[in-house]
Design a binder for this molecule. Structure first.
Ligand code: NDP
Ligand code: GDR
Length: 345
């Protein structure tokens, strides 16, 4: 039987990869996007699925309960993947209320719609390692206590607990995936890895002088997005609904990623100075290629994330395979290509 799935946030990184995966598996996919004056479908275009006959793009306001009910009713899907969110941590400090409405209450609207329309629908919530925030244990697992450090982290924690409550109160097959950072050539340019790889490409091509960043000491567990959406799908195929960490169990600093990205484009860096005065020079020409700019610091920082995905491996058979070096090279190559041909989203 042809399965039908709903993916909110189809215009985002994960939405595009997940839609591609579901289409490959023969699903009919309803992908939601929000009303704006110029919607940008560059990711699904880049994956070549924008005109797929089994992909239906639907305009949807996730802050509106009656829209959510109508959407769940009219599409008659059996799986819902809630990926739409105001997902940039930095912006959540500037727009805490909007972030809460979209990232927190958006999930509740969908859960309510499922409860009212068809409680047999399976639900995936895109939870995050940002919920661990000021970490209480290393590495983090499903049972590690939460301590969010941003309005985004707090909003996601609300949605996470609502997902568990709908599972326990109404028997809905509702899963929460606590995903650690995952990147790809489709990552938005406001996030640090893509900002770095895009800037490295521009520097290499003589289109930018210097890359400016905030906190270089933050440590992240970075994986490849395409592998993580496979984990989302596996959660909804499991025997029981549950909460799972998806991560690589390796952590590196932002500085390490910068060094890696420049190396991938043929530059060797020399670091000097500290904190606000830290810079990196090209070892060959001594030109300054990287600077710290405190304007990119956040009011509160998540210093160290590293996740252990053992439960996902044991129960779902999920395991990441792409190394950070391979991921970084893939992103730098894609950005070199795009910047050479004059366009980069
Ligand atoms: P993106 O930022 O790339 O995509 C977010 C999606 O949400 C976009 O489609 C965006 O639409 C949509 N969106 C934003 N605001 C609204 C709104 N007001 N109404 C409707 N839709 C909106 O995120 P990712 O693909 O990287 O992440 C997917 C999900 O997973 C998010 O919920 C994120 O918080 C979560 N997550 C991501 C991780 C990561 O490392 N990538 C790790 C853990 C969790 P538009 O294109 O119009 O802006
Ligand atoms: P994060 O990702 O906050 O972990 O959230 P981001 O790439 O924005 O930041 C990672 C770390 O890099 C530091 N940093 C900078 N970040 C940005 N964006 N720009 C800079 O110039 C810069 N300089 C240093 C940050 O301070 C931070 O420590 C991402 C999002 O995808 C969330 O939606 C998701 O839930 C989490 O990952 C897991």
């Amino acid at each position: 039987m042809n399965k039908k799935a709903l993916v909110t946030g189809i215009t985002g990184q994960d939405g595009a990869y997940l839609a591609q995966l579901l289409l490959e598996k023969g699903y009919t996919v309803y992908g939601t996007y929000r009303r704006t004056s110029s919607v940008n479908f560059w990711r699904i275009e880049e994956l070549g699925i924008d005109k797929h006959p089994q992909l239906h793009l639907v305009e949807y306001d996730l802050t509106d309960l009656s829209s959510s009910i109508r959407l769940i009713k009219s599409t008659e899907v059996s799986e819902v993947y809630n990926l739409a969110a105001q997902s940039f941590v930095g912006v959540s400090f500037e727009q805490p209320v909007t972030t809460t409405e979209i990232t927190g209450l958006g999930a509740l609207n969908l859960l309510e719609a499922i409860r009212v329309v068809n409680p047999k629908i399976r639900f995936y919530q895109a939870s995050t390692s940002e919920m661990f925030g000021k970490v209480q244990a290393v590495p983090q697992v499903e049972t590690t206590p939460f301590y969010p450090r941003s309005p985004y982290g707090v909003a996601k924690l609300y949605a996470h607990w609502m997902t568990i409550n709908y599972r326990e109160s109404y028997g809905i097959f509702a899963c929460s995936g606590i995903l650690f950072n995952h990147e790809s050539p489709l990552r938005g340019r406001e996030f640090v890895t893509r900002k770095i790889t895009d800037s490295v490409a521009k520097i290499k091509l003589g289109k930018l002088d210097c890359l400016e960043l905030g906190n270089m000491d933050a440590k992240r567990d970075w994986g490849f997005a395409k592998e993580y959406v496979e984990g989302m799908w596996r959660m909804l195929q499991a025997a029981e609904p549950d909460t799972f960490v998806l991560a690589t169990n390796r952590t590196e600093t932002v500085r390490d990623f910068v060094t890696m990205a420049f190396k991938a484009a043929g530059f060797q860096l020399m670091w000097e100075g500290e904190a606000e005065n830290e810079i990196a020079r090209c070892a060959e020409t001594k030109r300054i290629l990287v600077k710290v700019n405190p304007k990119f610091y956040r009011p509160a920082e998540v210093e160290l994330l590293i996740g252990n995905p053992q439960k996902a491996k044991d129960v779902l058979g999920w395991e990441p395979t792409t190394t950070l070096e391979q991921l970084c090279q893939m992103m730098v190559d894609a950005d070199l290509q795009r910047n050479t041909h004059g366009h980069s989203f």
